[in-house]
Design a protein around this ligand. Structure first.
Ligand SMILES: Nc1nc2c(c(=O)[nH]1)N[C@H]1C(S)=C(S)[C@@H](COP(=O)(O)OP(=O)(O)OC[C@H]3O[C@@H](n4cnc5c(=O)[nH]c(N)nc54)[C@H](O)[C@@H]3O)O[C@H]1N2
Ligand SMILES: Nc1nc2c(c(=O)[nH]1)N[C@H]1C(S)=C(S)[C@@H](COP(=O)(O)OP(=O)(O)OC[C@H]3O[C@@H](n4cnc5c(=O)[nH]c(N)nc54)[C@H](O)[C@@H]3O)O[C@H]1N2
Ligand code: SF4
Ligand SMILES: [Mo]
Length: 858
């Protein structure tokens, strides 16, 4: 076959949800994809890398369960009986039902689930932008996000007003030590470039320590593995903090400069002392400290030099919303250079040096510094105490603390802290970073959920999100309120319809029974959009087939510091349509077609680059030699024309890798890190503490002594790729059945290959026992990605998990975080529907469940 017939395009990997965000070079011939390989994007070392899923991704358009036509349910929900219908009929019938619901209950009665993990591009995709546009055209209600992957974000919401630093290329700066805490990135969950960066660091002589509850692939690749008992990490982190302050290894200067450690707190009510408490007319916004040399009482104002960028609150720059309908440029944000200058100037102490250890009476009020309070708080968290809790020897804890405090160390934390105490645990880990001054230090920072996020390369998506100036037409709601409304006719809003475009919640979210028993029976209409028949589609009334990433347009800034124009590699398979067509059809059928418009996905994707980015300027990229040999290297605006020719351009990102923690100030009330947060005083949680996780529950353990651990598959991406036979073979050969340590099996008289039942109060799973030395005693490990049909006559792993969206797991701390966050967002003028809320429930309980294993039929 002549090579001229081969077509090459660049498309995001369908498994984009791993956060590696690989772009694939896609080769197709005669309208069919023949292979995918890594794209030669010009980017920092080690350059693009892909994994087995990226290679098998070429099969995604052609799977046996690919949705090819709109489907209408004809049997009971979940019965799998469908009628194929035309798009016209689908839009007409769905439109009529939505209109009837709107007439009776208002447009907010329709819920849109915008959770994005399944869609290539995730929250950066044009798909996501158009979901927001539909939300804002229709005036629907956005479903609040599940508490998944949230612990580090919630910790930073508490201490830093939501600022994260997650540029994965900072791993290239690590030469001394990396601690991977609660994550399995190497060769597993981050199998692309990130794995290579870890291995390259090791080759440079950088030591890697891994702290985890089981010996996983990452443990096997590092220098030092520290096993901890599940859900106990806060005890280890706090005992490390205690060792650091006991041995005076903390960084006093960093504590004073960047945190409120030297500020006085009133002993009577635990609140920060303010200038207004001390002098008549003093400012309630000024904090109080003691000069270490003179003993003078001094005041510090709040100096925030335009705080760190990229707060997770919202992708919306609200100040520009008013201007969007005219397509006018957005207000310029501060440049990177100005921001850093601002940090340097943000000295609130003048000539004074604050005393970290002041204990004084001011105006008759006894006060002590936050640092002294911390020393008291850590009193009980001795290395010996933690040994009893975590199983980590006290001496190992001390050594780790000393090493951490004296060797520049990057802390890599990801999402393994999936327990009810996750927020406090993540705060305890962050505390170590503040104490030692490693926050934002070169080669020594903290990277939560690192990815390729460049705040300076964001496109302005407001004009896509908001069809007009009414930014408050839509709303947002948590599941618990939806469930409540079903049994309460007086609830302020009834919810009747659900549209689910990009996720597979009936499989992935830990509350299957809530769907079957409470949600589905109360919905008048359930519409799912997907590329294949998922568990969620199975229960829908209408299933709408979408194009895959290979059949549609996209423009993505970010991956590998590039901006990529993703053109369709092939024609849509079957009658699948792209999301612009799908939402436009729904909008038209519901009378909001004029607002939503009828532009194509290609138009919207290109439209994003035709506007200045959020920095107020067009994105810039150096001219390539192919574009202009004479001026190669010179900066020029990224335009549609340039991208059409080049397909991808390396964006002009600062030479110095960006670390959002490299500055000094934060947008907190004090302008500093508040690891002592007075909002949480009523809960006794002003500091990070160790609270037992649900798996540590002693009473329940009597009946169910094992941790039920339904983990992710190496060869799948949650439920994705479970329809690729080659990957299914690999997965079933290596990760199937129930994996148990031989010690636990012997104690139950079980042997390898036995048919067993995994049980708890919520369900019984029938499966086969596999003995594995690498699974720690105490853990019953399963994998969870397959459709429920894979478990005939049995519960699915998700049944045994703690239900996430119930009142029982709502937590006071989450309530306080959510309330504070809502206030902040409102004060910025961000509409509720655009804020990134997560449900007010214990943050991560995916592995926080217990079970017992017994021989089948006993
Ligand atoms: N037991 C257990 N449960 C877990 C986890 C765990 O480790 N253990 N992990 C949790 C985590 S971290 C997450 S993020 C969630 C993930 O939860 P989900 O976001 O539900 O994840 P996916 O299974 O990736 O599902 C996405 C859906 O999108 C569909 N899809 C893929 N590409 C496209 C597309 O281009 N267009 C459309 N319309 N649809 C598409 C897929 O077919 C699939 O049905 O699961 C959570 N659940
Ligand atoms: N192959 C593959 N890759 C994926 C995904 C997938 O489904 N498959 N999903 C993607 C998504 S959405 C996400 S959010 C990420 C998640 O990526 P990670 O956070 O890296 O992985 P998880 O599987 O959530 O976490 C598993 C690890 O957490 C650690 N762990 C568990 N409990 C504890 C504990 O109590 N203490 C400590 N210290 N460690 C503990 C163990 O090392 C375990 O191997 O993976 C992404 N990548
Ligand atoms: S690491 Fe693998 S699954 Fe993840 S985006 Fe890259 S190729 Fe896809
Ligand atoms: Mo995730």
């Amino acid at each position: 076959m002549a090579s001229s017939e081969e077509r090459v395009t660049y498309n995001p990997c369908q498994g984009f949800g791993c956060h590696e965000h690989c772009i694939l070079e896609v080769h197709s011939r005669d309208g069919k994809i023949v292979r995918t390989q890594r794209a030669p994007l010009p980017s920092p070392a080690p350059g693009p890398r892909i994994c087995s899923k990226g290679i098998m991704s070429a099969k995604i358009p052609y799977t046996h369960d690919r949705l090819l036509k709109p489907l209408k349910r004809i049997g009971e929900r979940g019965s799998g009986q469908w009628e194929e219908i035309s798009w016209d009929q689908a839009f007409e019938e769905i439109g009529a039902k939505l209109n009837a619901i709107t007439e009776q209950y208002g447009s907010h009665a329709t819920i849109l689930n915008t959770f994005w993990c399944g869609v290539p591009g995730c929250d950066r995709s044009t798909n996501f932008d158009l979901a927001m546009r539909f939300l804002n055209s229709f005036g629907a209600t956005r479903l609040e996000g599940p508490s998944i992957d949230m612990s580090t974000i919630l910790a930073t919401l508490t201490d830093l007003n939501g600022i994260i630093s997650n540029n994965r290329y900072l791993l290239n700066e690590c030469n001394d030590h990396i601690i991977i805490w609660a994550s399995n990135p190497i060769g597993f969950t981050r199998p692309g470039e990130t794995s290579h960066m870890f291995m390259d660091a090791r080759e440079r002589g950088c030591k890697i320590t891994h702290i985890s509850n089981l010996f996983d692939v990452t443990s096997a690749k590092v220098d030092h593995w520290v096993p901890v008992k599940s859900g106990t990490d806060a005890a280890l982190a706090l005992a490390m903090a205690k060792t650091i302050v006991d041995e005076n290894l903390q960084n006093d200067e960093a504590l004073v400069k960047r945190t409120t450690a030297a500020y006085l707190v009133r002993e009577d009510n635990g609140r920060y002392l303010h200038a207004s408490d001390v002098v008549e007319g003093g400012s309630p916004a000024e904090y109080v400290y003691v000069d270490v040399d003179t003993g003078e009482i001094c005041f510090a104002g709040r100096h925030v030099a335009k705080a760190a960028v990229g707060a997770i609150g919202s992708s919306v720059a609200t100040d520009s919303i008013g201007a969007t309908s005219g397509g006018v440029a957005t207000e310029a944000e501060q440049s990177e250079e100005e921001r850093l200058k601002g940090y340097a100037a943000s000295d609130v102490y003048g000539d004074h040096t604050p005393d970290l250890r002041a204990s004084v009476e001011v105006n008759g009020i006894a006060c002590r510094t936050v640092f002294l309070l911390l020393i008291d708080h850590l009193e009980g968290y001795t290395p010996e105490f933690q040994e009893g809790v975590t199983g980590v020897p006290a001496e190992t804890c001390r050594e780790l603390a000393r090493e951490y405090a004296t060797v520049p160390t990057t802390m890599f934390i990801y999402d393994g802290l999936r327990y009810a105490n996750a927020t406090q645990t993540a705060r305890a880990i962050y505390l170590l970073v503040y104490l030692t001054g490693q926050m934002g230090a070169k080669g020594a920072t903290i990277l939560p959920s690192p990815l390729d996020y460049y705040p300076t390369t964001q496109l302005n998506i407001n004009p896509l999100w908001y069809p007009d100036e009414n930014i408050h037409r839509a709303d947002q709601v948590p599941w618990v309120d939806v469930i409540d409304s079903f049994s309460n006719p007086d609830a302020p809003q009834q919810y009747k319809a659900l549209i689910n475009p990009y996720a597979n919640p009936i499989l992935n979210w830990p509350n299957k029974d809530m769907w079957y028993n409470q949600v589905l029976p109360n919905l008048d209409l359930f519409v799912a959009v997907d590329i294949r028949m998922s568990d969620t589609c199975k229960y829908a009334d209408y299933v709408l087939p979408e194009t895959t990433t290979y059949e549609r347009w996209e423009v993505l800034p970010g991956p590998n510091e590039c901006i990529i124009m993703c053109e369709p590699a092939i024609e849509p398979v079957g009658e699948s349509r792209d999301i612009a067509q799908i939402f436009a059809g729904l909008a038209k059928a519901t009378g909001v077609g004029d607002l939503f418009g009828d532009k194509s996905l290609e138009f919207w994707a290109k439209f994003k680059i035709s506007l200045p980015g959020t920095s107020g300027q067009y994105l810039q990229a150096p001219l390539t030699a192919e574009e202009d040999p004479e001026h190669a290297g010179e900066l020029a605006d990224v335009t549609v024309e340039r991208l059409e020719k080049a397909k991808f351009l390396h964006l002009d990102v600062a030479e110095e890798q960006f670390d959002n923690y490299r500055g000094i100030t934060f947008d907190t009330p004090s302008g500093k890190v508040e690891f002592y947060n007075e909002n949480f005083l009523p809960l006794g949680k002003a500091f990070a503490d160790f609270e037992p996780a649900l798996v540590n529950d002693e009473v329940a353990r009597e009946k169910y002594p094992l941790q039920f651990y339904p983990g992710r598959h190496k060869y799948f991406m949650q439920s994705q790729f479970t329809n690729i036979p080659e990957l299914v073979s690999l997965a079933t050969a290596t990760q199937s059945g129930l994996a148990l340590n031989p010690v636990e099996a012997a104690a139950r008289g079980l042997k390898d290959g036995d048919e067993v039942e995994v049980v708890n109060q919520r369900g019984v799973i029938k499966t086969t026992l596999r003995l594995r030395e690498d699974i720690a005693p105490g853990i019953a490990h399963m994998w969870y990605s397959f459709n429920e049909d894979k478990y005939p006559g049995s519960s699915c792993p998700q049944h045994l998990m703690v239900s996430q969206n119930t009142k029982e797991v709502q937590s006071a701390q989450m309530g306080a975080i959510t309330t504070a966050f809502a206030q902040t967002m409102a004060s910025f003028g961000v509409p509720r529907s655009a804020s990134f809320f997560v449900e007010n429930a214990a943050p991560e309980i995916i592995w926080d469940a217990l079970c017992e294993v017994r021989k089948a039929g006993e």
